[in-house]
Design a protein around this ligand. Structure first.
Ligand code: NDP
Length: 313
């Protein structure tokens, strides 16, 4: 088994690298690549990468990603770059005879108007939230391509649907990053400068968060064991959903921040909730133990504080 991992320098990719290094399996060779190895928006570069490595399995993580504000500002870039990246990876996986390709969707691409909790069958049942429609439609096309490649050529291409991921190596940039790394970086700055810490929005929005190392273990399990073409939600249970306010309080505690905390209610909350149902995952892996959220937040904060020179911010 020769596994090619795209997007291996990112938040999820770094976690996959660590999990593989900690639990090496016999008969598996792993190749980790980033945009430095090939720009996957470029068809020829992608073909050259697949011809060079000739993988038998692919974990496709590479994507142009961003939080709410980047999604609202650059819908064309998020749509076109992701369409190209995904089509190039899936087409070249087919052309080089890859046995299995596991790609990454996201719970944020589900229909805006839906019932909760969302499950895998609801992915295409209505338009996504207007704030991230470009990214969402590009991601949804992975599932369409997976089905098409399976129908026409019998390819075993599938996808996973993570909820909000966090952990070391995240993007801590205040404009482009997701909510958790944004909060961590803002508190870091507030602590350093002795200024108030401002949370964007009311703090009422609710989210499920999965630690990148838990997600990496689950993605590797999907690559080795999961046989369906249909996607699978990789999420903590519904009961583990928390408000952004609760999350902010967790980060404040982890960073021992004692200053003033403000909520900028002129900023958008985004989707108020998007609770995901992890029943399918639980059916396959009833005994999987998710990390303790507070410990995982502490580890992430520690990584950010100790890695100021390499952290994306
Ligand atoms: P990151 O932004 O941390 O990493 C993105 C990775 O993609 C990097 O390795 C980057 O390489 C690579 N990449 C970006 N553009 C290109 C390109 N044109 N050609 C080749 N490689 C490229 O992303 P995450 O780790 O957070 O996300 C991984 C996957 O998980 C994505 O598909 C994402 O949609 C999905 N996901 C993420 C969630 C989250 O909360 N983070 C939630 C749900 C799903 P380089 O370092 O060289 O730029």
């Amino acid at each position: 088994m020769k596994v090619l991992v795209t997007g291996a320098t990112g938040l999820v990719g770094q976690a996959v690298q660590r999990v593989v290094a900690e639990n090496p399996a016999e008969g598996e060779e792993w190749i980790f690549v980033s945009s430095k190895d090939a720009d996957l928006t470029d068809g020829e570069a992608t073909e050259a990468l697949f011809q060079k490595h000739k993988p038998t399995h692919v974990i496709h993580l590479a994507a142009m990603v961003g939080g709410l504000f980047r999604n609202m500002k650059y819908p064309v870039d998020l749509l076109r770059n992701n369409l190209h990246i995904n089509d190039n990876v899936l087409y070249n996986s087919y052309k080089t005879g890859v046995k299995k390709c596991v790609s990454c969707l996201s719970t944020c691409i589900f229909p805006d108007k839906t019932t909760y909790p969302i499950n895998e069958t609801m992915l295409h049942k209505g338009p996504p939230h207007p704030s991230n429609f470009g990214f969402s439609y590009a991601k949804r096309m992975i599932d369409i391509e997976n089905r098409a490649f399976n129908k026409q050529y019998g390819c075993q291409f599938t996808s996973v649907i993570p909820t909000n991921v966090f952990g070391p190596h995240d993007n801590f940039n205040l404009q482009d990053g997701h909510v958790m790394p944004g909060l961590i970086n803002k508190i870091f700055i507030a602590k350093r400068d002795g200024t108030p810490f401002t949370v964007w929005g009311t703090g009422a929005a609710r989210r499920q968060f999965i630690y990148s190392y838990d997600l990496a273990k689950l993605i590797i399990w999907v690559m080795r064991e999961y046989e369906e073409i249909d996607p699978i939600i990789l999420s903590v249970p519904e009961e583990a959903e928390i408000s952004i306010k609760e999350l902010a309080e967790m980060v404040i505690e982890a960073m021992e921040f004692k200053g003033e905390v403000l909520y900028d209610t002129t900023k958008s909350d985004g989707q108020l909730k998007k609770t995901a149902d992890n029943a399918k995952l639980k059916g396959y892996l009833p005994d999987f133990k998710f990390s303790n959220m507070k410990d995982a937040v502490k580890e992430t904060v520690q990584w950010f504080v100790n890695n100021q020179d390499i952290a994306r911010k």
